[in-house]
Write a protein that binds this ligand. Sequence first.
Ligand code: CMP
Length: 138
Amino acid sequence: MERTLVIIKPEAVIKKLVGKIISIYEDNRLDIIHAHRVLPTKEVLEKHYDAHKGKEFYDSLIDFMSSSEVMVLILEGENVVNIVREINGSTNPLKAKPGSIRYMFGETIQKNAVHGSESIEIAAKEIDIWRDLIRFES
Ligand code: CMP
């Protein structure tokens, strides 16, 4: 069964939006098979955001994501990668569709409430990267 990785970002955890965000995924019939609150290490974040290394926002992104605890979710379901991307909305909350998580809860392109894997292949890589920090059996 297809899986994807979601990170509820620091500002959304601080604003106590975890329950609301998880409910949105569940209302869309997706299964949350793992949920773990953790303070990300820079080492894991550098692997996770490797594709953005060298971009002007990279250092600030790593600092922000390691500033406070996040909620890491693994979701499972048919076509879950694309469904989650649709539910999350555009990376920039100002461009996100009304009703999407980033439209409702995003503050800026960096503080955009959630991260969701871009493809099935990237999801598999990201799930493996977070295994360094979070123990889950399957
Ligand atoms: P995320 O899904 O976590 O993946 C990469 C993140 O980089 C993205 O969400 C944004 O938070 C951030 N990002 C992407 N583009 C920009 C940008 N132009 N300026 C600042 N942050 C960005």
